[in-house]
Write a protein that binds this ligand. Structure first.
Ligand code: UDP
Length: 357
């Protein structure tokens, strides 16, 4: 049976801008795979969104400030003419045309609105615990409708102190877009939104210590932070925010990807993107990367926040067989593996809808 799905995107930026971080690729990959499986799908997203092949309902309004910018006690706030409010108003108006609505926003409003909708609202929670207000609404949703929540990793789900049942979707990508490179050019890569929680400085310092060039890719999410990095560490080899095909073309040549997040990374799409190209990943051993990387086999997990740990791991890169990296993505994080997990969850939600009504 094919499902009619309504995806509702993140309100922090248009799809394609990079402001939404990993959510953009996640939504795109899930939409493509669900379409390939014969489900019909529309996506509500901020005006200006554009991703190849996605049928988008563009919504005007003021963008939401990213949740990771407030503290733990940050209150919930919305700008006037909020695009988040406008998107969910549209979802409400068109809901009867769909079987399941899927929320990709890490924002309070869609969770709060869930019981007020006639159609089930499934939530793909994209970040770990960040604030009391978000924890509260996620915990309340879990209490009344645990089947409506899905997470990317077990550690991310545990950060909300939820008990089973927990739906862990992982993530996945289209391996045909990522070319395997058996050879490396002796450079290091760092990929991600350039923002304090991603701690690019640790990557810069580690690369300097071992004397290897570091290539940096990603959207500059925090200009002040970016400028301060250049003041502190000198010029950075910044390659820009690249579309997937170009990103993988440059990434695949690298000897390793450094992942140095200060926060608990919910998953870390860039981890599986690098592995798909055969690039080992050296990451702090917490959050998503700790569940993805096989220590000593597809990369190294080091003591969180330890630059010495990164340096020590870099000296062991010769131990990694790059084809193992690619194979680990083929077995766990292909688009069809993700599609199986996602489809099973959405069917379950759709079936429960009939049992409950
Ligand atoms: N990315 C990209 N081009 C770049 C650098 C990064 O498209 O030049 C994308 C990358 O494919 C990934 C996202 O940025 O999907 C970063 O997501 P991740 O899950 O690693 O972290 P988040 O930003 O969600 O915290």
């Amino acid at each position: 049976m094919s499902l009619k799905l309504l995806f509702v995107s993140t309100p922090v930026g248009p799809l394609g801008s990079g402001a939404g971080g990993g959510v953009e690729l996640t939504l795109y990959n899930m939409a493509t795979e669900m379409g390939r499986r014969g489900h019909t799908l529309e996506t509500i997203a901020p005006q200006g969104s554009g991703l190849d092949g996605l049928q988008i309902i563009p919504i005007p309004g003021e963008l939401q400030v990213s949740a990771q910018n407030g503290g733990r006690d940050a209150p919930i706030s919305f700008p006037a003419d909020s695009v988040l409010g406008n998107m969910w108003n549209r979802a409400r108006q068109v809901q009867e045309n769909f079987d399941v609505i899927v929320n990709f926003a890490y924002d309070w409003l869609p969770f709060y609105l869930t019981p007020f909708f006639d159609r089930p609202v499934a939530h793909i929670v994209s970040m770990a615990s960040l604030s009391e207000a978000m924890d509260d609404i996620i915990i309340k949703t879990h209490r009344t409708a645990p089947h409506l929540l899905a997470f990317h990793s077990a550690t991310q789900a545990q950060s909300f102190n939820l008990s089973a049942p927990l739906q862990i979707l992982g993530n996945g990508l289209d391996l045909s877009l990522y070319e395997f490179s058996p050879a490396a050019d002796g450079t290091l890569a760092w990929v991600g939104r350039i923002a304090p929680e991603k701690a690019l400085e640790d990557g810069i310092i580690a690369a300097k210590k071992v004397g290897l060039p570091l290539k940096v890719f990603g959207q500059i999410a925090n200009l002040e932070y970016w400028q301060s990095l250049q003041e502190r560490y000198g010029p950075i080899d910044y390659r820009g925010f690249l579309p997937t095909l170009e990103l993988q073309r440059q990434l695949k040549e690298c000897s390793a990807l450094l992942m140095t997040p200060r926060w608990l990374e919910a998953f870390g799409n860039v981890c599986i993107e690098a592995l798909a190209c055969g690039v080992p990943v050296i990451a702090y051993g917490r959050g998503g990367p700790a569940e993805i990387i096989e220590d000593g086999k597809t990369g190294f997990l080091v003591q969180p926040d330890s630059i010495d740990g990164l340096v020590a791991a870099l000296s062991r890169l010769g131990e990694i067989d790059r084809s193992m990296c690619r194979r680990s993505v083929q077995s766990h994080y292909s688009l069809s593996a993700l599609g199986d997990r996602l489809e099973r969850w959405l069917y379950e939600i759709n079936d429960l809808k009939f049992e409950r009504s």
